[in-house]
Design a protein around this ligand. Structure first.
Ligand SMILES: [Zn+2]
Length: 449
């Protein structure tokens, strides 16, 4: 079944990514990581006078060090940046700096660049491109493709004046939430060594956020005035950060590399976590399950440990065994749409009518919380179709193409859905909205070509 999902998803990728594959980048989706980054960013966004829910954060699968703002209120963070940060304050320092680039209006240059590139809607570019899921939730992490607009965003350099403003205001936001600005300085200082390298060898962050000695000195001066200058990173939050770093490393690095960094002698939760992913990647299912069980034993109420165990069982073809484990994960974290999606996917994959009916409310809930989750829409449409709810299946498919940035397919399925619902019902109105918006978007696409 998984192969089929993969094949379907890959087919869409090819359809929807006609541009240069060099510029294509994938977005990592992981419930725990997204939840954690939001915990770090939301207080800073509030301190900057922004509404957290209107700012989107995306984790890009890229081992170089970078973080950037694209298409207005979207922050993109490279996995390489998280792996390069030594503690949570360094990551939060970079976030504070990036948040000023939004709050201080530095995005205008970006918008101009988009206009110059001849694109119609900045928002539809970023969101449309960001929502195509490839292969579903892979061991608790999903991958989506990000489009050219995102790739462009990371090449737009800020001016020195803007950089300095972002440092000053970033430090202010950190102070408002009681965090020492020294993490920000430590992180930038690490990158300063790269200034002397040839451009091709520099990490993109160094090229787009010009660093110099004056900047670091200015930051140091501000930092010393902070009442939290000497405050170390919050211990619990830092532990969570180190776990996520281990999880990311296990997911992204070669298994041998991960096992060298997190040897068996290391019995910390972070090390177990890294090894779950390393063994999973090496197709050592039994060892991966052993590590997952060690995690559950250490923290029997941690939803993410059940999530990974359930995913391993599911991907190993033990779908029935995966169900109670994923159910437990959902029960422990009912707000996490990505975990609910994994549970729904497992139920749908059994191709059994009773399971399909059970999967529907779970996937409906997941799409309500995470409407950009094309994979949840895909599974929901399948469950509807199996249970004879054809109009709902068409509407879910329309939603899937709508959030995936394929307006002509979205319009076609929305039109089909409208025929199945009574005029004026919420479903009918939603289908009509999708149809009207998507037809206009499809028309714009045609004219651009
Ligand atoms: Zn900057």
């Amino acid at each position: 079944m998984r192969t089929l999902f993969k094949r379907v998803a890959i087919a869409f990728l090819i359809l929807l990514m006609p541009g240069s594959p060099v510029l294509a980048q994938s977005i990592l989706r992981d419930a725990e990581t997204e939840h954690f980054i939001r915990q770090l960013s939301d207080p800073l966004l509030k301190a900057a006078g922004l509404t957290p829910s209107s700012v989107h954060l995306y984790l890009l699968h890229d081992n170089s060090i970078n973080a950037f703002v694209a298409g207005g209120q979207n922050i993109f963070i490279h996995s390489g940046l998280i792996l390069a940060a030594d503690d949570v304050d360094e990551l939060q320092g970079v976030l504070a700096h990036e948040i000023c680039h939004i709050a201080c209006g530095h995005g205008i240059r970006t918008q101009e660049a988009y206009a110059n590139a001849g694109t119609a809607s900045v928002l539809s570019m970023v969101l449309g491109a960001a929502a195509i899921l490839a292969g579903g939730a892979d061991a608790g992490m999903g991958i989506m493709m990000a489009g050219q607009s995102v790739a462009q965003g990371q090449f737009l350099a800020y001016s020195r004046g803007q950089e300095s403003e972002a440092d000053v205001n970033g430090a202010k936001y950190l102070q408002a939430v009681g965090i020492s600005p020294t993490g920000m300085i430590r992180f930038f200082d690490k990158l300063r060594d790269q200034e002397i390298l040839a451009q091709v060898r520099q990490d993109p962050y160094v090229r787009t956020h010009p660093l110099n000695r004056t900047r670091i000195m200015q930051l140091q001066e501000i930092a010393e005035k902070s009442p939290y200058y000497q405050t170390p990173p919050n211990a619990a939050r830092n532990e969570e950060f180190l776990r996520l770093k281990a999880k990311l490393a296990g997911y992204l690095y070669e298994p041998r590399q991960t096992l060298r960094k997190y040897p068996l002698s290391d019995k910390s939760v972070a090390a177990h976590y890294a090894r779950v992913y390393a063994y999973h990647k090496a197709l050592e299912w039994d060892l991966a399950l052993e590590e997952a069980d060690a995690l559950i034993q250490a923290e029997p109420d941690n939803p993410y440990f059940y999530e990974i165990k359930g995913q391993i069982l599911f991907e190993n073809g033990k779908v029935q065994d995966s169900l109670p484990v994923l159910q437990k994960a959902v029960a422990l974290a009912p707000q996490e749409a990505l975990i609910a999606t994994a549970y729904g996917q497992a139920m749908v994959s059994l191709e059994d009518e009773a399971q399909m009916a059970k999967a529907i409310p779970i996937l409906e809930d997941a799409t309500r919380r995470d409407p950009e989750n094309t994979f949840a829409w895909f599974n929901l449409a399948k469950a509807y179709a199996w249970t004879g709810k054809d109009a709902q299946a068409s509407l879910a498919t329309a939603e899937r193409f709508f959030s995936g940035g394929s307006p002509s397919q979205a319009a076609m399925h929305a039109e089909r859905a409208m025929k199945g619902f009574k005029e004026g019902t919420p479903e009918w109105l939603r289908a009509q909205d999708i149809m009207v918006i998507s037809q206009a978007a499809a028309e714009r696409q045609r004219r651009r070509r």
